[in-house]
Design a protein around this ligand. Sequence first.
Ligand SMILES: [Zn+2]
Length: 412
Amino acid sequence: MVEICTTNNSLRLRYAAEQFFAPLTVRWCADGKDLYAPEKAIFYQCQSNQGVVIGPSVRDWTSLDFFYTEQPNDWGNDILLRSSEIDVFEVVFYLLARVDEYLNPNLDEHGRICTDAFIQQQWSGLNCAYIDLMRAEWIARLGIEDTFRSAKELTIDVDSAYAFLHKGMKRTLGGLVKDLIKFDFRNLSERCRALMGGEDRFDTYSYVLSQAKLHEWKARFFFLLADFGPQNIGLPFQSKGLQMLIQELDKHTAVGIHPGYHPWEEYAQATAIEVNRLKEIVGRPIQESRQHFLRMQMPDTYRLLEALGIQRDYTMGMAKEVGYRAGTSRSFRWYDYQQDRISDLEIVPFWGMDSAMKRHKGWDIATAKAEIISAMKEIEGKGDWRMIWHNETLSDAREWKGWRGVFEQQFK
Ligand SMILES: [Zn+2]
């Protein structure tokens, strides 16, 4: 437990401090006389010669009437060294409420938020779990025992469950014809082998499950069930083979929805349909989600997911970078900064994605392994660990040859 003495009653302050110290609970006291252990308490905007005092903030950020019009420039560029001098709860609020995503709404070619203007770029970049490191330091400074235990999970996006199988007669024949026209005999022979009962390149599920079991990590699969389109190249959701795969994985591990890529004016309706498709397949309400292409709009996507009954969203990360978009590797409750409310939606961050490492960072296998080692070391005992992999990239074939070694680096 952490005790905070303050007369400030703000929802924002409560949110930031409670998310920061979780799973430790926060005991709020308006009067220092009510503290159990004043020598280990935080005195927020009030004076004391005991405990740790956090002085007044430059801004009235805890007021619900206050909205940032620009990034704070008084935190300096070495936030980790200054976490005891500044209002740490304001930093936590700013990062977790994703204020930058409202202030700098520049989008990339897929309509995703650009990371260039994030405040972390003024510090030591995106690849640092600032909040987790500051939390560990604060707990040590206060001399409190921590009950936090790191969680490690495998999360797999399934955009296309099989390379060749269960796609329906029309697409299977179309694929055969395409291989022939393109003289792609390697694909043709793989396709024929798979169709005759041999192996399908994207069928890496038993590999993932065996790795998860061996290392005692939880595995989660997010399935794309959108109608076929340029960016949604999954199997038809009616496919019996696909449905059986989902049901089988749902028995042994966790399954969530992977809402498809749609024009913004259509995505709410399409997402509702896709969530319902998965619900019908597994016969239970769907609680977990991650956006295909990590494509989301703040705050609309989160409000939609909440309305659809989703309890945990796993999209909080970056498509072209590695690191921590919200400055933390640990899950937290989403704060709706426009409506000033603490939502019920839990945000579950990840560090990096297979395609970000290979295609956008341009890393080879050795570099990717070294980066994973260093990122895992940084948050050891202080944060959680998740990456995004795809069933396709775990095929260890073609352009992904050798990448199973990168995947397995996580367990070492
Ligand atoms: Zn996807």
